[in-house]
Ligand binder design. Sequence first.
Ligand SMILES: NC(=O)N[C@@H](O)C(=O)O
Ligand code: NI
Length: 166
Amino acid sequence: MKEPRTIRAAPLTSAAFAPFGDVIEADNAREIRLINKGTTTRFHDVASVDVTAGGGSALISIFRGKPFRLPFEVRMMERHPFGSQAFFPMSERPYLVVVAPDESGRPGAPLAFLVTEKLGVNYARNVWHHPLIALEDVSDFLVVDRGGPGANLQEAFYPEPWWAEA
Ligand SMILES: NC(=O)N[C@@H](O)C(=O)O
Ligand code: NI
């Protein structure tokens, strides 16, 4: 009987996520500016939006994700060759992020991050990731990604599933 392939979710940190994109949090601001007569703090440019390839432009959407349970079965990954894709949680609920390195055009072994604080992720262009994985209850996410011409979705299926555990 083959042992199921399991991956243990790690806490999301900028350092651990760096090969895959940015963690969206105030601490990652490239500049902190007091604006609006000192009534507002601008945490400037916390993630790199990369959406103009192939005549693309930025879209702001809301994704309403239905919840999944852990352990989560990872059967496939996807990537967006023309643009980055950012998710920022609009609820206080945790969610799961699964990414993978590229291995000759296919996703390698996945890594999982359990996001329990109000942090977002910005997948860099062409980075393998699993589609949105909300946990506990239906959850809304603000999404910034690319709209425009070209096939901006590539999917790949693992020969055997991986199981992501907390
Ligand atoms: N397909 C789509 O818009 N969603 C995925 O890209 C995702 O990462 O959730
Ligand atoms: Ni995506």
